[in-house]
Design a protein around this ligand. Structure first.
Ligand code: 5GP
Length: 193
């Protein structure tokens, strides 16, 4: 998606440790007009009428997921990062290692909001090593629900997440794929798609 690539080139900041900061339009301040175009594009990429739910993870996935959901006309469920798990059987639980925060979170979704009849599109802001999406997939599988695909705003193609998920036969669509980025020169190369 050219518009997103251009915006990353203009406002993205490459940090040491392979972190791309996009706080100016995606992760802190949110450019809702850009989000709207991203939502439209995700609907074009995932036209299936079967999709009846979008699943994301707090916090950064929520904005994109909600705007996209207006095109899908389906509810958004966001997995919650939880300090204390209530093991009362009312929730699906998994553990996710955060790439940016270098820590492990327990993540939960209430059984009320995910079940075997659901056809889920997973949406997140970034795909790096794939831990966040793998955790969301685990929650969907625990519920016996179906995964229709994974929609990502920015994939870092030089990390293993995208390849890992696609090799399992999942449909993963990323609006921009960073093939390489250089913290010293600021150069960013995108994958042609
Ligand atoms: P993964 O679990 O795929 O390794 O990382 C994905 C999660 O980590 C995303 O939910 C995102 O919040 C965060 N993340 C990973 N890499 C980056 C990055 O380069 N920049 C930003 N802003 N977030 C990232």
């Amino acid at each position: 998606m050219r518009l997103l690539e251009e915006r990353i080139r203009r406002d993205g900041v490459i940090k040491p440790g392979n972190v791309l900061k996009v706080d100016g339009f995606l992760n802190h301040q949110m450019d809702v007009v850009l989000f709207n175009e991203m939502g439209k594009e995700l609907k074009r990429l995932f036209p299936s009428e079967k999709i009846n739910k979008i699943l994301t993870i707090e916090a950064s996935g929520i904005g994109i997921a909600c705007i996209a959901a207006q095109y899908f006309q389906v509810p958004v469920v966001f997995a919650k990062k939880s300090q204390s798990i209530n093991l009362d059987g009312e929730q699906y639980v998994t553990r996710i290692e955060s790439f940016t925060h270098k820590r492990v979170y327990d993540v939960i979704v209430s059984k009320k909001y995910l079940g075997k009849d659901d056809h889920v599109l997973i949406i997140d802001d970034f795909l790096a090593n794939g831990c966040a999406v793998a955790g969301l997939i685990e929650l969907v599988q625990s519920a016996g629900a179906h995964i229709e695909g994974v929609g990502i705003a920015v994939e870092k193609g030089f990390q293993k997440g995208g390849e890992l998920l696609r090799s399992k036969g999942l449909r993963v669509e990323s609006l921009a794929i960073v093939e390489s980025m250089d913290a010293d020169t600021g150069e960013i190369v995108f994958r042609e798609q």
